[in-house]
Write a new protein. Structure first.
Ligand code: SAM
Ligand code: SF4
Ligand code: F3S
Length: 438
């Protein structure tokens, strides 16, 4: 990357670097839309930008440190010309004081509820050479702002924030209380995406099962979205096992355009740890829910998130997470070691030593990886409905099954096409298939 481009090209051009989850990525699209409407233009090389936005994550220590180190490294970029550096998102909210004190080259610090006015703030900074900090949580839902899609796969936030206060988690503190968007707003955004050729839409929320607006619950919302005209597939992220209703399973079963992919974070397989985590379900509840899903929808894909080394977790309790992993046989799992987050309830409990936490994670990962491998191998010989998304190396194409598994075929297929594919082999972790109707 060059540090600076010719002066005359530096005018109202912005570059965004995004850390964190899909919610944050979606927020970057949102900022892009807001800034474009203010006459700014996005560029894909920061050398040509006069505004640099770092959209940050703070869910774990590692994510926070990465975003901080990245921002520290932008001192030279900031020095050149009349430039503005903005740090936004979850870390901006949790560490605004730190950033203000330690990173003098940052001009703008915005929390996740302040993006609507980002263009005005940038104009003020340009004009008055001031530093602006706005990390208020206002209950913003960004009503009426619909980003412009760039691919056939896209995302729509149906709610923002979270009220669950899982004892390890910083999200409720940085994104505020849960609030659901009205159906009319969600529907308009989906219709806009579909009009622009989007074929696969993931509904986003920290706990989508808690969606509630004007007495419309998540099952009702899904049903209404499934009836929106247009050929597109629907998914949703993330589900909370305590709130996942049987009605929702039935809606998924009854609508072919809703994909049978269930991302159901288990976090721990031990009841005492689950209680300390404030997850409000038991191992038995989780097991029964997955049994019900698999009984009603036999080809369901079930994925999860797991945390090892939660404060006070004993060896036996950790082994109960392993036994749940072996019993449920998740298609895929995101596995994390516990990371202490200041301000959360669990941060008041003495942490386990780092070596124990690391060792437990290193024991869990190969067990789940083997299950993932076996599950992927089971795809061989079976037929899947694949939505093609992009070209792959050497005249091949990449697409996704309804269960969210990446598949490659050695044929050129236009992004957006849905074709039936039989899986012939697995290379590395990727299933390779052939078109049924080639
Ligand atoms: N709302 C979702 C849920 O309830 O599962 C996702 C929240 S978070 C963005 C994604 C995952 O990060 C969580 O499911 C959890 O496994 C993990 N996570 C959150 N806080 C953590 C912490 N302090 N240490 C380690 N992992 C954490
Ligand atoms: Fe965090 Fe729990 Fe909310 Fe998920 S449901 S964002 S883990 S507090
Ligand atoms: Fe997402 Fe990280 Fe914020 S996981 S909600 S960007 S803390």
């Amino acid at each position: 990357m060059q540090d600076v481009a010719p002066k005359n090209t530096l005018n109202k051009k912005f570059f965004i670097k995004t850390f964190g989850c899909q919610m944050n990525k979606n927020d970057s699209f949102l900022m892009c839309k807001i800034l474009t409407e203010h006459g700014f233009k996005m560029v894909d090389d920061p050398a040509y930008a006069d505004i640099f936005i770092v959209n940050t994550c703070t869910v774990r220590d590692h994510a926070a440190n990465r975003a901080l180190a990245y921002t520290s490294g932008l001192k030279n970029w900031r020095k050149e010309g009349d430039r503005i550096l903005a740090v936004v998102g979850c870390l901006a909210k949790s560490n605004a004081d730190d950033i203000t004190r330690k990173l003098n080259h940052v001009d703008l610090i915005l929390g996740p509820d302040s993006y609507r006015v980002i263009g005005n703030y940038i104009a003020q900074i340009k004009e008055k050479k001031v530093r602006i900090i706005d990390t208020r949580l206002s209950g913003e839902t960004y009503y009426g702002i619909y980003h412009s899609p760039t691919t056939v796969v896209d995302f729509v936030s149906i709610m923002r924030g979270c009220n669950n206060y899982c004892s390890y988690c910083i999200v409720p503190f940085v994104r505020g209380q849960a609030r659901s968007r009205p159906f009319a707003d969600i529907c308009s955004e989906i219709a806009n995406l579909v009009k622009h050729g989007v074929k696969d839409i993931t509904l986003l929320g920290q706990n989508v099962n808690e969606y509630n607006h004007d007495n419309l619950d998540f099952a009702g919302l899904l049903e209404r979205i499934a009836r929106i005209p247009g050929a597109f597939r629907i998914r949703f992220l993330t589900s909370h096992p305590k709130d996942f209703s049987k009605e929702t399973v039935q809606v998924i079963k009854n609508h072919h355009n809703i994909c049978e992919w269930f991302h159901l974070p288990l976090q721990s397989g031990n009841d005492r740890v689950l209680q300390l985590m404030n997850r409000k379900y038991t191992r038995e509840h989780y097991r029964t829910l997955v049994e019900y899903i698999r009984q009603e929808i036999p080809n369901a894909t079930v994925t999860t998130d797991l945390i090892v080394g939660f404060p006070t977790e004993t060896e036996e309790e950790f082994l109960e997470t392993i036994s749940m992993v072996e019993e449920i046989r998740f298609d895929y799992a995101y596995m994390y070691r516990y990371s202490r987050r200041t301000g959360t309830k669990a941060s008041n409990i003495q942490s386990l030593d780092e070596n124990t936490i690391k060792r437990r994670l290193s024991e869990l990962i190969p067990i789940q990886n083997e299950i993932t491998k076996e599950k992927t191998s089971e795809m061989i010989g079976r037929e899947y409905e694949v939505l093609f998304e992009s070209a792959a190396r050497g005249k091949a194409s990449r697409g996704k099954t309804r269960g969210n598994k990446d598949v490659i075929v050695q044929t050129q297929i236009k992004p957006g096409e849905v074709r039936n594919v039989v899986i012939k082999e697995v290379k590395g972790h990727t299933p390779i298939g052939e078109l049924v109707d080639a």
